[in-house]
Design a protein around this ligand. Structure first.
Ligand code: ATP
Length: 567
């Protein structure tokens, strides 16, 4: 049986653990296992933000502490029962994450880490100084045991089973949240942040989801922790918990559910096993941590289970985006008077361009002329200082990059932006599922791959593809959202003549079907037969726009291309 075969080591491990807990573990061992189960929940939550979203949050300890204090205060001071305090602990931690998300989640990596650390320190200060409510430095004793109706869960095996039951539920939730499509979206966000909007992914929402889940799991773990200890104290908000969580996640693994289990079990038991080392215990743990980072960056779980490959077969599990279909009656692209400067550099000044359906326009110009800047402005990655840009009815000057992609404006990049770990099919399918309301995303992915001659490469990871194929995968990714306008930034760069012809044929076929295309390239052998019209930028100014041969014969264009051979 395939299921059993795949998971045999895990089932055997779970069985051995259960047998140990029931038949061999002392009450102290059972307590350790209970605490490990609680940490499993905390680490599962942390994996969302630190592993999948790739953001170094130092707030997991804070969410743990918030859950602990909500349960601790309500349980010990107001006699509130588990069925009230547990959901509240989860909800308050998640609400706190929601409140701090707006300012904090926008921050770049190390600032994000510092901001989340500051949140933890602030909460710790409140816990220590708000004595009437929190009990100050001593905390609050008398947290009741978990009681559900008349069922009072005693310490030892009953509590152990209950906690691991909840840890199992947390694993199911994590599994549900991390379906193949969402895993692929997280992969894109981590590996190719520049291309996130080109995949139609809303990075803000994805990060927020990860942050809220991490907080909710952290709050749940904190609540269970104080029920186990029967006391809540500032240690639950201390940096120690955060370090423990981070260490468990790194050693166990950031991406796999089994990583949370391995990390939590190992780190809870290491102090016991290394008891003989006395004060050198921390040195041993530090050495282990460094060894893991160097030799097994994906954690111990990577030796046991393979990461779930992103299979597009499950795309239907997530409903397609309900965005209204684009109004394609107007010109696919209309630009007027667009200017932008970076510091003292005027990258574009007063640029105007209009492209109709089915038209292929080549954009040429010497290095630094402003071609990529124009592509960035059209796709929302840069904002113009002045001017007007419209695609269909959408104002490109104000819409977000993701909204622009979902509206039907696609792009490729000068250097292909594809997540190495995703297969070609997964990359194309991720875009197909995110960009348009596309009930047939699965079959449309196949159609696009066939159109781009990628059927043979469907199951190859993007990271192992030769450059020429990567260029075509980028085009397929762009076409997956059924765009009406496509801008390509140097699609022929680095391609052999036969590969260039292949790309040109794909673009011609798409234009024949009505797609408006702007092709940025220096390669006139590629552009001349492809584009009937050329536009030329020089020093941020559009110096020519017209039929290809006329533009190439223009003296201003020839002088701008001084040094390039125009035959
Ligand atoms: P190439 O053919 O070499 O790719 P290009 O025509 O695409 O050149 P751009 O990359 O658009 O030129 O750059 C236009 C000018 O704007 C250059 O002088 C560049 O240094 C500057 N520039 C572009 N982006 C930025 C930025 N983010 N910050 C500062 N300067 C920038």
């Amino acid at each position: 049986m395939r299921f059993a075969g795949d998971r045999l080591p895990l089932l055997a491990g779970a069985g051995a653990l259960a047998a140990y807990a029931i038949f061999f573990a002392s009450s102290y061992d059972q307590r350790l296992l209970t605490v490990a189960g609680i940490y499993v929940i905390m680490v599962l939550g942390y994996q969302f933000i630190f592993g999948h979203a790739g953001a170094l949050s130092l707030a997991q300890g804070a969410f743990f502490g918030v859950g602990a204090y909500v349960t601790g205060i309500l349980g010990s001071q107001y006699d509130a029962g588990f069925l009230a305090t547990f959901p509240l602990s989860v909800a308050v931690a998640a609400t706190l994450a929601l409140v701090v998300a707006a300012p904090v989640l926008r921050l770049a990596s190390h600032y994000f880490a510092l901001a989340t650390l500051a949140l933890s320190q602030l909460l710790l200060l409140i816990a220590v100084n708000w004595e009437p409510v929190t009990g100050g430095a001593n905390g609050l004793p008398g947290v009741p045991p978990i009681t559900i109706g008349d069922w009072r869960i005693a310490r030892g095996l009953p509590l152990l089973a209950f906690v691991w039951g909840l840890a199992g539920a947390a694993m199911l939730i994590a599994r549900w949240q991390l379906g193949p499509l969402r895993m692929a979206m997280f992969t894109v966000m981590r590996d190719t942040p520049l291309a996130v909007p080109a995949f139609g992914i809303d990075a803000g929402l994805l990060r927020l989801r990860a942050f809220l889940l991490s907080a909710a799991f952290g709050g749940a773990a904190g609540a269970l922790f104080v029920h186990t200890n029967r006391v809540v104290s500032p240690e639950t908000l201390g940096f120690g918990i955060m370090v423990t969580c981070l260490t468990m996640t790194v050693i166990g693994g950031r991406f796999r559910i089994t990583g949370a289990v391995i990390g939590a079990l190992l780190l809870t038991h290491l102090p016991e096993w290394f008891r003989g080392l006395d004060e050198y215990y921390l040195v041993a743990v530090g050495a282990l941590l460094i060894a893991m980072v160097v030799f097994a960056p994906d954690g111990l779980a990577s030796f046991i289970t393979a990461r779930t490959p992103a299979k597009p077969a499950c795309l239907h599990a997530i409903p397609a985006k309900p965005d209204a279909p684009a109004d394609r009656s107007s010109a696919p692209l209309a630009i007027d008077g667009v200017s932008i400067s970076y510091g003292g550099i005027q990258a574009l000044e007063g640029v105007g361009l209009k492209i109709g359906p089915g038209e292929i326009v080549g954009l040429i110009g010497p290095n630094g002329a402003g071609k990529t800047t124009l592509a960035n402005i059209i796709t929302g990655l840069d904002r113009p200082d002045a001017g007007f840009l419209r695609a269909g009815e959408l104002n490109l000057g104000t819409a977000t990059p993701t909204a622009i992609t979902r509206h039907g404006v696609a792009r490729t990049f000068q250097t292909p932006q594809l997540p190495d770990a995703l297969t070609v099919r997964a990359a194309v399918a991720t875009a197909a599922a995110n960009i348009v309301a596309n009930p047939d995303a699965h079959s449309y992915t196949d159609t696009v791959m066939t159109a781009c001659h990628l059927a043979e490469n469907a199951d190859t990871p993007c990271g192992t593809l030769p450059h020429g194929v990567r260029r075509r995968v980028e085009i397929a990714r762009a076409l997956a959202g059924r765009p009406f306008f496509l801008v390509l930034d140097e699609p022929a760069a680095g391609l052999a003549p036969t590969e260039q012809n292949e790309v040109a044929a794909i673009l011609r076929a798409q234009a024949a079907a009505g797609l408006a295309i702007l092709v940025i390239d220096h390669n006139l052998d590629f552009l001349r037969p492809l584009a009937r019209r050329l536009a030329c930028l020089n020093g941020g100014h559009l110096i020519a726009d017209g039929p290809t041969n006329e533009v190439l014969a223009d003296t201003k264009v020839q002088s701008a291309y001084f040094g390039l051979v125009i035959q």
